[in-house]
Design a protein around this ligand. Structure first.
Ligand code: FDA
Length: 526
């Protein structure tokens, strides 16, 4: 009888289409939550800890003061799947949308803010309490909850299975939920692909509030979509099963810096063709900052081999044994981010500390390069950052395994034809300005770069989310597919974007999970 009632409730809720939200809806929503989720896990704007929890995972200071053109109605911090299911069901029933946050690094803050003061009411589901990592060394797999930081995954893998590692971000604070949803790039991708390429199973709560406990329950399409199709689109992924990959006892990391006077521009000009063709075990990225190029290399092996390889493939860089540090793979994951200060420090630094000081104000953009840039173009890029803002250009080489994976294997399409990705990061100290002063060298540089980077569509990485590309338009109550195509095809390519929209129509036809850049349901006539 009880299960009949449950089925009936689920069916009734499934037919619910969010209506106009009103204050009475909001109260009903909160009441509905209160019967399903312990009160200490729901903070409304009146709660004393509301602001502290809201800010706890904000990584971009730009969104702290005006974090919330419209603040969330409440923040729910679930401790189990049933709380997430209840939030989705209550939200649908009472016309309150949800934004889901794992690590809070979304470059435009879409996991906890909506950009328009007139936008619909929403609540934040903050998965910070769901951060367990369960490693199976025999199977070389791990289950990791979405609320874990990627550093927590690295740490627990290394503790339980020292011969194994995982390819993901350079920054250990990034949340598993967001990075896996959009791909996951880092210095092991030339060897092993993206994080998302190594996800072998998952559990999620769908747009009806159902728990889908495996990829089998999701079906092939939905499982394809959640591995690179961007976060906040299809439901709330609770946990991911990943394939762990062998790492030797020691890897080698090196850094070499060149100023413009020391030939930095010539070196980067050459790097463009050398780096994507290096052996898969070796990845060398470039960070351009203050008119200098900092070459950072990871070799999955010992230093004598990498010095010899660099001497034969890229002698101009002059890598010597003195530039190299050998360490365990997990030490490297801490070292590349925290630098020398952390060498020989306990690896617990990798465990996510949500009270870590907030980063700067920043704005990101990205591009994909398929034909090497000329020396003249690179020189202009080196000289571009100016004014009150400062920033970085991060050049991440593709090739290797990235080139061997088909563009439609996952929604992430930037594969065989790509030489490297450019991340433009502008950061500044906007303290006291309420975030309103937005210097914009990054915008003018991005415009300048248009003729030289990928085109038709101009590619971008969904995890470096950029609302300037375009935001969704809602027409007659539905997100317009045509408006979304502009950003969608940049992130996913034409075919993958269409497939994502088709899957959205199948699994969330009412467009419940909706944001400024959410996948729209494919219109029926298309
Ligand atoms: P956050 O919680 O803000 O979520 C991001 C998006 O995913 C939002 O749309 C959110 O709604 C959605 N989402 C979150 N959890 C979800 C879940 N469980 N189910 C469904 N949707 C969910 N990237 C990279 O590939 N390599 C790198 O080295 C870095 N480094 C890096 C450093 C810094 C300082 C920043 C700010 C960002 C990066 N990134 C990166 C980009 C990063 O991968 C991207 O911002 C991720 O979306 C962040 O995931 P979080 O869970 O932290 O963000």
């Amino acid at each position: 009888m009880a299960s009949m009632a449950l089925v009936l409730t689920v069916c009734l809720l499934s037919f619910f289409v969010p209506a106009q939200a009103s204050p009475s809806n909001h109260n009903e929503f909160l009441r509905c939550l209160s019967t399903n989720v312990p009160s200490q896990l729901v903070q409304t704007a009146r709660s004393t800890s509301f602001k502290q929890i809201l800010v706890s995972s904000i990584r971009n200071a730009r969104f702290v003061a005006p974090a919330t053109a419209r603040p969330p109605l409440c923040i729910v911090t679930p401790t189990n799947a049933s709380h997430v299911q209840a939030a989705v069901r209550c939200g649908r029933r009472h016309a309150v949308r949800l934004r889901v946050r794992s690590g809070g690094h979304d470059c435009e803050g879409l996991s906890y803010r909506s950009c328009s003061p007139n936008s619909e009411a929403f609540a934040v589901i903050d998965l910070a309490n769901l951060h367990a990592v369960r490693v199976n060394p025999q199977e070389a797999t791990a289950w990791v909850d979405s609320g874990a930081g990627i550093g927590e995954l690295y740490y627990h893998v290394a503790m339980a299975a020292p011969g194994l590692g995982f390819p993901a971000s350079v920054c250990p604070t990034v949340g598993v939920g967001g990075i896996f949803s959009g791909g996951g790039i880092g210095l092991m991708m030339r060897k092993h692909g993206l994080s998302a390429d190594n996800v072998v199973d998952a559990t999620m709560v769908d747009a009806e509030g159902n728990l889908l406990a495996s990829k089998k329950a999701m079906g092939d399409d939905l499982f394809w979509a959640i591995r690179g199709g961007g976060g906040g689109n299809f439901g709330i992924v609770l946990s991911w099963k990943v394939r762990l990959l062998p790492v030797p006892p020691k890897v080698t990391f090196f850094r070499v810096t060149k100023t413009m006077d020391q030939g930095a521009v010539d070196a980067v000009t050459k790097w463009q063709t050398v780096a994507p063709a290096l052996p898969d075990d070796l990845s060398v990225r470039v960070v351009v900052q203050n008119r200098q190029a900092n070459f950072q290399g990871l070799y999955i092996g010992n230093s004598s081999t990498v010095v010899a390889t660099m001497a034969s493939r890229f002698p101009e860089l002059g890598v010597t044994g003195a530039d190299c540090k050998e360490m365990s793979w997990v030490q490297y994951t801490a070292y590349i981010y925290f630098r020398d200060a952390i060498y020989n420090e306990p690896l617990e630094v990798l465990l996510l500390n949500r009270s870590m000081t907030l980063g700067p104000f920043f704005k990101n953009k990205s591009d994909y390069v398929k034909k090497p840039l000329t020396k003249e173009t690179l020189e202009k890029m080196f000289l571009w950052p100016s004014g009150v803002a400062t920033g970085q250009l991060v050049l991440e080489p593709h090739g290797g395994r990235m080139g061997g994976i088909a563009a439609d294997d996952t929604p992430f399409p930037h594969r065989s034809s790509v030489l490297y990705n450019i991340q433009y990061v502008e950061f500044w100290n906007g303290e006291g300005t309420g975030g309103e002063v937005t210097p914009n060298w990054v915008g003018s540089l991005y415009d300048f770069m248009a003729p030289f980077v990928s085109k038709n569509p101009r590619g971008a990485y969904v995890n470096y989310r950029d609302l300037d590309i375009r935001t969704n338009k809602v027409v007659d109550g539905a997100t317009s597919y045509e408006s979304a195509k502009v950003w969608g095809e940049s992130y996913f390519g034409q075919e993958n974007f269409r497939r994502l929209a088709k899957i959205k129509r199948k699994v969330d036809a009412d467009d419940y999970f909706r944001s400024e850049q959410s996948i729209p349901p494919l219109p029926l006539k298309q």
